[in-house]
Design a protein around this ligand. Structure first.
Ligand code: UN1
Length: 498
C-alpha cells in the first residue's frame, strides 16, 4: 500500500492548503481500506482567492497571442504522453477503471491537447463585404474571462482537459473544481499544466465538495462562465444560478442511451458493441448503453449470446491486468445501482443475470456490482427511463424499425445512440430520426473522438457542444468589427438607398 498523496489547491502558481486546513480523503474503490489521497476541503474564501488571481491573470493572458498560448498546451500534451503510464496507474487506483481504459482517458486528454493547440493558429473569424463603399467588415473571437470548470470523476483526465485546453487557447483563465472522488488525478493533471510553464493564475485548482466549492464558484459574481459535466439535478441548479447571475453556461448532463439491434444486423458485431457500450467503464459513462432495443426476430438468440458473454466478464481492480470490469466509484453509487434492482423487480422486469453486489474473494474489499441484464423491460419502467450509471442494461423488444426509433427517442435525455443494421436506407433514416447529439451506425454508444462536437439534445445539455471546433463557441464570444476607411460618415441602410 502506498502512502496517500497529499493534495493541495493550486492558486496563482502556488500549491496551498485551504484556509481552514480541513481535509477529506479519496479511496481506492477496489479496496476501500486504501486511502489514495488527502485533499483540502476548501471554502468560499479559497474560491475568492482563486477567482481574484484568475481575474488578475486574465488581464495579460488574453493579450498573449493565441499561437503562443497554444504552445503551452502543446507542451501539456507532450508531458501527458511522457507521464501516461504513471497517470494511468493513478486513475485505475483512484477511479477504478481498468488500465487499458485509464490509458484511453489520458489519450483523450493528449488528443485534445494537440487538437486544441492547433486552434491557436486558426481561431478563424470571417471577413465579409460591407454594404458601404470603402468599409471593411470582419468577425473575431474574443475570450470570455474567468471560467469555472466543474468536472466529474468518471473521466478524471479527459474531461478537465477537454474543457481547460480550448478555454486557455481561447484566452480565458480557468479554475478547476474536480470531483471529490478523484482529487489525486486532478492534482497530477494540474502539476502537468504547471510544469508546462503557464503563467501564475492562468490555471487554478480548488478542491472540495460541490455544495461548498462548486456552489461558491457558480454563485461568484466575478466568474464569467461555468462549464459543468455531471448529474441533471446539479446541472439544473447550475443553469438556474448562472441564468440569475448572468453567466455563460455550458452543461453536459445525464443520458439514457440506447443501442438498437435490427433483425438484419451482424449479431457478433452488435454483441461486441453491446458488451463494450453497456459494461465498459462499469457503465459509468454519460454515453453508456443503458437500453438495448432488440428486434423480436433476433431477441432470443441475441439475449442468449449476451448472457453467455456477460457471465464470463472478469471483475477486479483496475490495476490488475486481466480485469475487464472495475468497481463502482463509491458506496453511495453502489447502493444506488443495487436499489434499482428492487425497482426493476417491483415493476415486473426480470433480472436475467447479475443483479447483486459482488463479494467473491477480493471483491468484497471494494464496491463491485455484477454486470446485469434486465429482461422484459417496457419503455415506461423506471429502469428504462432513469440513468443508473452502473453495469446494468435493460432489454426492450420491438417489432419494427419505426417502433425501435420511437422507443429510443422516448426519453428526456439525448446524448448518444446506436443502431446495428446492414440496411443502408434504415441507417440513414436512423441518422435523420434519432433525437441525440451522437449517433453511431454499427458501433457502440461510447467512444467519441475529440475533434467532433460532444454533447446532447433535450435534458442532456443546454444547446452547447464541447470538443471539436464547437468548443470554441463555448469559450469565446463573437465581435463584429467594421472599419470605415472612407473618411466620411456613412450611414448604413440610409446613405446607400435613394
Ligand atoms: C462521459 O462519460 O462523460 O464517448 C464522457 C465516450 C468518451 C467520453 C465519455 N470518449 O464514451
Amino acid at each position: 500500500m502506498t502512502t496517500p498523496l497529499n493534495c493541495q489547491n493550486y492558486i496563482n502558481g502556488q500549491w496551498l492548503n485551504a484556509a481552514t486546513e480541513n481535509t477529506l480523503n479519496s479511496h481506492n474503490p477496489a479496496d476501500k481500506s486504501e486511502i489514495v489521497a488527502t485533499f483540502p476541503r476548501s471554502q468560499a474564501d479559497d474560491v475568492d482567492r482563486a477567482v481574484a488571481n484568475a481575474r488578475q491573470a486574465y488581464r495579460s493572458w488574453r493579450k498573449v497571442p493565441a499561437p503562443a498560448r497554444a504552445e503551452y498546451i502543446f507542451r501539456v500534451g507532450e508531458l501527458l504522453l511522457q507521464h501516461k503510464e504513471e497517470l494511468a496507474q493513478l486513475i485505475s487506483r483512484e477511479m477504478g477503471k481498468p488500465l487499458t481504459e485509464a490509458r484511453g482517458d489520458i489519450q483523450e486528454g493528449i488528443d485534445c491537447a494537440f487538437y486544441s493547440a492547433g486552434e491557436g493558429r486558426r481561431l478563424f473569424g470571417q471577413t465579409t463585404p460591407s454594404e458601404m463603399p470603402n468599409k471593411f467588415a470582419m468577425t473575431v473571437r474574443m475570450p470570455i474571462g474567468v471560467c469555472a470548470l466543474i468536472t466529474p470523476w468518471n473521466f478524471p483526465v479527459a474531461i478537465p482537459c477537454w474543457k481547460a485546453m480550448p478555454a486557455l487557447v481561447c484566452g480565458n483563465t480557468v479554475i478547476l473544481k474536480p470531483a471529490e472522488d478523484t482529487p489525486a488525478c486532478a492534482t497530477k493533471l494540474i502539476e502537468i499544466f504547471a510544469a508546462a510553464g503557464l503563467p501564475p493564475g492562468v490555471i487554478n485548482l480548488v478542491h472540495g465538495v460541490g455544495e461548498e466549492v462548486g456552489k461558491a464558484l457558480v454563485e461568484h459574481p466575478d466568474i464569467d462562465l461555468v462549464s459543468f459535466t455531471g448529474s441533471s439535478a446539479t446541472g439544473a441548479y447550475v443553469g438556474e444560478t448562472c441564468g440569475r447571475t448572468h453567466k455563460r453556461v455550458c452543461l453536459e448532463m445525464g443520458g439514457k442511451n440506447a443501442q438498437v439491434v435490427m433483425e438484419d444486423a451482424d449479431l457478433e458485431l452488435a454483441l461486441d458493441g453491446a458488451l463494450w457500450g453497456a459494461f465498459g467503464t462499469t457503465g459509468q459513462r454519460c454515453t453508456a448503453t443503458s437500453r438495448l432495443i432488440l428486434h423480436r426476430d433476433i431477441k432470443e438468440k441475441f439475449t442468449a449470446m449476451l448472457r453467455e458473454r456477460t457471465s464470463k466478464l472478469r471483475l477486479g481492480a483496475g490495476t490488475e491486468l486481466d480485469t475487464e470490469i472495475g468497481p463502482i466509484i463509491n458506496n453511495r453509487q453502489l447502493q444506488r445501482v443495487h436499489e434499482y434492482m428492487n425497482i426493476a423487480h417491483e415493476e415486473g422486469a426480470k433480472i436475467l443475470i447479475g443483479g447483486k453486489i459482488a463479494t467473491d474473494g477480493q471483491l468484497k474489499q471494494g464496491y463491485f456490482f455484477q454486470p446485469t441484464i434486465l429482461d422484459n423491460v417496457t419503455p415506461d419502467m423506471r429502469v428504462a427511463r432513469e440513468e443508473i450509471f452502473g453495469p446494468v442494461v435493460a432489454l426492450i423488444e420491438v417489432s419494427t424499425f419505426e417502433e425501435a426509433i420511437a422507443i429510443l427517442n422516448d426519453t428526456k435525455y439525448g446524448l448518444s445512440s446506436s443502431i446495428y443494421t446492414r440496411d443502408i436506407n434504415r441507417a440513414f433514416a436512423a441518422i435523420r430520426d434519432i433525437e441525440a447529439g451522437i449517433t453511431y451506425i454499427n458501433g457502440p454508444t461510447i467512444g467519441a473522438e475529440v475533434h467532433l462536437p460532444f454533447g446532447g439534445v433535450k435534458q442532456t445539455g443546454n444547446g452547447h457542444r464541447e470538443a471539436g471546433t464547437t468548443a470554441l463557441d463555448v469559450f469565446t464570444e463573437w465581435k463584429s468589427v467594421y472599419v470605415d476607411f472612407s473618411g466620411s460618415l456613412q450611414r448604413a441602410q440610409i446613405d446607400n438607398r435613394s
